[in-house]
Design a protein around this ligand. Structure first.
Ligand code: BGC
Length: 823
């Protein structure tokens, strides 16, 4: 790649063709300008490089790769060095596989425990999510591979993800849903970023001038490339104008025509197109060295995957110090997950794992005396009495039961949210039976997001491995045996029951998703209204204990001493929360504003410093349209988790504005945090505009309605087609494995037909299909055939011309006079 090649002299057609992909994973090359085809690949916790059949849903096979623990798991480590190391390892493998852009990390906020993709995201807190994501980005990019944080923004559910509108007030949007991205962009300078499928306050994220132009580039100074999510582009020209440079995967030349037409009509300026092309060129320049990587060492990569898993285990219960288990302890291993582990989620992130070790294998290689294994329950469906009887017999005969439970494959997948936070009844029945005959049950849990635990008091210990990646089972055994002292701390709240989560009654939303709870997400809600939880944000036990002392706070930051008061070495995460004292704009009582991971020998003490920065006291003021700091007294609390903060100091901060007491009076439920009682009028006031009801009743479908909506279409043929699609999905779910393709197709809007079919269907054809669906069978069919003929011919001509120009084939100079200046 010749970095200095001026692209200004490229023909308009070449430029228009550059802003959409050539195939599922590649961009269009322009050889005569030295622009290569760039390879983009999932991500985020391993490389999913497909060399044969390709898809963006984790269906067709990809090359073998190391499967690191997903983001939800590593988040529990609160360890930025570890995150960076994983990023470097990912970058190394990506470079080895000639990948230019790794599509991750994902850092959407966990707004609700049911989001099907929570396993791919870090936290409910933007500071923690943003810092971890930044560490990944720095690691990945240190290998010459672009990272691509995603999905920007307010994409916190899978249901209707391609068509829904996230309705969220600007303050909440900025403070909760954008701050993580802001931290990544400002501190790690990602070379690429993926917009989300959904709309945000009415505009599709991929063409949102507010998100892409005003905030991302204007305020944060992002100079990388924005890529659409796969099939997530709505209006090609609007995307280019707003700042999105690459429509993926491969909309064909229909999309190129849309860009050319928009230029001709003046709806799109040449300057905007040039800016996007320059972003593509810059990305190619930045990733130019990515292919020249030495081979990675599988054993080293696996070792890191194992260590990452071990460092991320969260010990949630350990009655009587049952764990760690001494060498030679006679254990009975029970649970299907011990034989067939769940160690990653399903969907586009699915890695074709290189060196998976199962719990049974890891235990066999450990110091423990494994007396036997019993499956205990079927993966899906009702409990099996024979399996329970067999498991109970084993449980009676051993010192300790290791009970491997978890969420099944259906529960955690892209494209689908969970329907419940409860664990499968078959597992609960087994747990009850086993716990009745053995007091020493250790539950080893595999789940990328929280579950309800009404059974907790019946078991002696609970070690949560989340989804551990290929070395997860070994990492867990390291913790069970005490080779590693657990240092994981929850990066999200575990509510007692789902119904405790604000907004759970309406989650997931359909076409309009109201973020009524405002900033009171996760612990920000529970801690403000003092509602009990199962496990608070930041919680995790250790085989040692820690004490905090000598908190001193100045305007620059806090200092605190941490002491390991136990008898073994261990790590701790000292957490610092800030909250304004007295009246002012409605705010959560405490918000995480800093933390420090420390490793201490038994009896050792250290002083940690947690600096304050521009994020510590700020809030977004809709009055001034800027970040402001209320002049007020703030509480600074330090401790082990959000519900255990033994040290407290107060600090007077001279800010930029006076506390706005009028806002609190006008928004009483936001002021108290009791956001479940927010009225329409109060939410409208927070939003600053009236609410719009979702369309209901019988109506014509439009380009932006999902294909699944054909169930209520006028045309009986469309209803029949929808019935078939829904039926296929149901069938796959009954088998315990969702058909991801079907899920995607049903959620996909008609317009995406023109974005996902490599040009076979164009936007005018998709419009004609919608006419047919709406009952205008013959008119629609005529339009479809006409559009097919016209756009087919046009696309072929454009493709031919692009090929000729971009390769510098004979005749190219005639249409591109400035070629003559090249020497
Ligand atoms: C996902 C993205 C992913 C892309 C490519 C989409 O369905 O939302 O996260 O990177 O596919 O596979």
């Amino acid at each position: 790649m010749t970095g200095s090649t001026p692209l200004a002299w490229l023909s308009t057609l070449e430029k228009a063709a550059l802003v959409s992909g050539a195939s599922t994973w590649e961009t269009r090359p322009v050889p005569r300008a030295g622009l290569p085809a760039l390879v983009l690949t999932d991500g985020p916790h391993g490389i999913r490089r497909q060399l044969g059949a390709s898809d963006h849903l984790g269906i067709a096979e990809s090359a073998k790769a190391t499967c690191f623990p997903p983001a939800a798991t590593v988040a529990n480590s609160w360890d930025l060095d570890l995150a960076r190391e994983i990023g470097e390892a990912l970058g190394r493998e990506a470079a080895e596989q000639e990948v230019d852009v790794l599509l991750g990390p994902g850092l959407n906020i966990k707004r609700n425990p049911l989001c099907g993709r929570n396993f791919e995201y870090f936290s409910e807190d933007p500071l923690l999510a943003g810092d971890l994501a930044a560490a990944y980005v720095l690691g990945i990019q240190s290998r010459g591979v672009a990272a691509c944080p995603k999905h920007f923004a307010a994409n916190s559910q899978e249901t209707a993800r391609m068509t829904s509108d996230s309705v969220v007030d600007e303050r909440t949007l900025r403070e909760i849903y954008l701050t993580g991205f802001e931290r990544v962009v400002r501190s790690a300078d990602p070379w690429a970023l993926m917009s989300s499928y959904n709309r945000v306050n009415g505009s599709y994220a991929n063409e949102s001038v507010f998100l892409l132009a005003t905030v991302l580039r204007g305020e944060w100074g992002f100079d990388g490339l924005v890529v659409s999510d796969w099939g997530g582009s709505n209006d090609a020209a609007a995307a280019v104008a707003a700042g999105s440079a690459l429509e993926m995967p491969s909309p064909g030349f229909g999309s190129v025509r849309e860009v050319l037409d928009a230029l001709a009509s003046g709806r799109l300026s040449e300057a905007d197109l040039d800016a996007r092309v320059e972003e593509i060129r810059r990305l190619a320049e930045r990733t130019a060295a990515s292919g020249a990587a030495p081979a990675t060492d599988e054993a080293v990569q696996h070792g890191l995957a194992r260590r990452a898993a071990a460092e991320s285990v969260v010990l949630l219960r350990n009655e009587g110090g049952l764990l760690p288990l001494a060498a030679g302890t006679r254990v009975g291993v029970i649970g299907d997950f011990a034989e067939t582990p769940r160690y990653q989620g399903a969907g586009s992130s699915l890695v074709n794992t290189r060196n998976l070790v199962t719990p049974l294998e890891a235990l066999a290689a450990s110091t423990l005396d494994v007396a036997g294994f019993s499956r205990g329950f079927p993966r899906s469906g009702a409990a099996d009495p024979a399996l329970v009887t067999e498991a109970v017999a084993l449980a009676k005969d051993v010192d300790v039961v290791l009970l491997y439970l978890g969420l099944d494959e259906l529960a955690e997948t892209e494209g689908r949210d969970r329907a419940t936070m409860a664990m499968a009844p078959a597992q609960l029945e087994l747990l009850e039976a086993v716990a009745a005959v053995n007091q020493r049950v250790v539950v080893v849990l595999a789940a990328g997001s929280p579950v309800e635990m009404p059974w907790l008091s019946h078991v002696a210990a609970l070690a949560h491995g989340y989804l551990g990646g290929e070395g997860g089972a070994e990492g867990m055994v390291d913790v069970l045996t005490g080779a590693v002292n657990p240092g994981g701390r929850l990066a999200e709240t575990y509510p007692v029951v789902l119904a405790d989560v604000p907004g759970s009654e309406s989650y997931p939303g359909e076409s309009i998703v109201e973020y009524r709870e405002g900033p009171f997400v996760g612990y920000r809600y529970f801690s403000t209204v003092e509602k009990p939880v199962r496990f608070p944000f930041g919680f995790g036990l250790s085989y040692t204990t820690f004490a905090y002392s000598d908190l001193s706070v100045t305007s620059d930051g806090a200092r605190v001493t941490v002491t390991n008061t136990g008898t073994v070495a261990g790590s701790d995460v000292v957490q610092l929360y800030v909250g304004r004292i007295g009246e002012g704009i409605p705010r959560p009582r405490r918000e995480l504003k800093g933390y420090a991971k420390v490793r201490l020998a038994a009896g050792e003490s250290t002083q940690v410093e947690i600096p304050f920065d521009e994020y510590t006291f700020r809030h977004w003021s809709t009055r001034t349209g800027a970040w402001e700091v209320e002049t007020a007294r703030y509480a600074v609390e330090v401790g082990a988790n959000v519900a255990d903060l033994p040290l407290r100091a107060e600090l007077d901060v001279a800010g930029t504005c006076e506390p706005d007491t009028a806002a609190a009076a006008a928004l009483p439920h936001y002021a108290s945090g009791d956001v479940r009682r927010v009225t329409d009028a109060e939410f409208e006031l927070l939003l600053g505009r009236p609410l719009v009801a979702a369309p209901s009743g019988k109506r014509d479908l439009g380009l932006n309605d999902p294909l699944g909506a054909m169930s209520s279409a006028r045309n009986p043929l469309a209803r029949w087609a929808a019935g078939i699609l829904h039926g296929r999905l149901r069938k796959s779910e009954a088998k315990g494995k969702p058909d991801l393709n079907m899920l995607f197709v049903l959620a996909m809007p008609f317009r995406a037909l023109a974005k996902m079919t490599n040009g076979a269907i164009t936007t005018p054809m998709a419009e004609a299909i919608v006419r047919i669906v709406n009952g205008s069978t013959f008119g629609g069919l005529g339009a479809l055939i006409g559009a097919w003929r016209r756009s087919g011919r046009d696309a072929k001509e454009l493709a031919r011309e692009f090929e000729r120009l971009s390769t510098g084939a004979p005749g190219a100079a005639a249409t591109n006079p400035s070629d003559r200046h090249e020497s």
